[in-house]
Design a protein around this ligand. Structure first.
Ligand SMILES: [Zn+2]
Length: 356
């Protein structure tokens, strides 16, 4: 049976209008529109044309309904900046991610979910400290933010959207936390986005706070406080603060130079005037749009382990994609294009997951 929702999903993933798809597939636009509405059942030949035009496997279009995201419950940063097409493509990636996640959970026991519901907390600094305390990580810098979230049960996927407009988004579904991260930004920005989405997950689990609270401001403040705890920053930063000191500090806390300087200002280590002149100098050295000499991108440890386990059973990524009726490029886009190879022997590693 042909599934109209799947046609719509694949078209949105490929960022095509119905008209563009019709042209690519050599079909009338009316046909495409009626197929997506479910008003018309296509023959095998038509499905084959659509599959070829979209570079999706034929079987994708005859599978069960996709797992939809509750779009209202999804946190989108700079939501207004997204074009409809970017937004739809990202939401469709989320839907594929859910499908992949369900596939994984049938095969592996993922780390237990250890999250706090801090939606009553209106102070992001306090919320960040509470979560750190709950996770028992003190106030030290975090060496691997993505890994930290994964070990506490957050399901993290990458978004290979070739645009910086889509930062990241997160949501709860069936009491499981999900984060999707754009791979296109600098590693430092991605870490900040991860912490920002973590802020949404713990502070805005039940949706946007009402009244004078701004969820975006709160998530940013949470990220800043979570990555750069006040006491640690104040204890470690000598005065006077120079640009070179900011650049050394950003290495320690694994954030962008601008985020580091902003935190110093927020903690009153820098006056408004000092902050401004440091920002100007950082901009001059190229730190407004990039992170010269930046750190390596964080990728999923859960997926690395899963892939190496599957590889040991001779299961390749192409086979996983086939099992999911998904194109390989979509699967790879969701898992940082990680390679399926044998694991680097890490004997002291605590087992993070096991096959079920
Ligand atoms: Zn946000």
């Amino acid at each position: 049976m042909f599934n109209p929702k799947r046609l719509s999903l694949a078209r949105k993933r490929r960022r095509l209008t119905a008209k563009a798809l019709a042209e690519l597939a050599g079909l009338a636009i009316d046909t495409v529109l009626r197929l997506e509405k479910g008003a018309h059942s296509p023959d095998d030949m038509t499905i084959a044309r659509l599959a070829r035009a979209l570079a999706y496997p034929h079987s994708f279009f005859t599978s069960s309904d996709p797992m939809d995201l509750d779009v209202d419950a999804v946190s989108f940063r700079s939501f207004s900046k997204l074009s409809v097409r970017e937004r739809e493509a990202a939401i469709a990636a989320g839907s594929l991610g859910l499908q992949l996640s369900a596939w994984v959970e049938e095969r592996f026991a993922l780390p237990q979910i250890k999250m706090l519901d801090l939606s009553y907390e209106t102070n992001p600094e306090v919320a960040a400290l509470n979560l750190r305390q709950f996770w028992g990580i003190g106030e030290r810098p975090i060496g691997d933010m993505l890994g930290l979230l994964e070990t506490h049960g957050v399901r993290v996927f990458s978004l290979s959207e070739n645009t910086a407009a889509v930062n990241a988004f997160s949501f709860w579904r069936d009491n499981k936390p999900y984060i999707f991260l754009n791979n296109f930004k600098t590693a430092e920005s991605s870490i900040f986005d991860t912490a920002h989405e973590l802020g949404h997950l713990v502070m805005h689990k039940h949706g946007d706070p009402k009244g004078i609270r701004s969820s975006e401001r709160e998530a940013d403040a949470f990220a800043s406080a979570f990555l750069m705890p006040e006491r640690d920053v104040i204890a470690r930063i000598p005065r006077p603060i120079t640009v070179d000191l900011v650049l050394r500090a950003k290495q320690r806390w694994r954030v962008s130079a601008m985020a580091m300087a902003y935190r110093m200002k927020a903690l009153r280590l820098l006056s408004d005037y000092q902050y401004k002149s440091i920002c100007i100098e950082l901009g001059r050295r190229g730190y407004r749009t990039a992170e010269p000499g930046g750190i390596e991108r964080e990728t999923s440890i859960v997926w690395r382990k899963m892939l190496s386990h599957l590889w040991s059973e001779r299961t390749t990524k192409a086979e996983i994609a086939r099992d999911l009726n998904m194109p390989l490029d979509e699967l790879e886009g969701l898992i940082w294009n990680l390679a399926a190879v044998g694991s680097h022997p890490d004997r002291n590693d605590k087992p993070l997951l096991h096959a079920v």
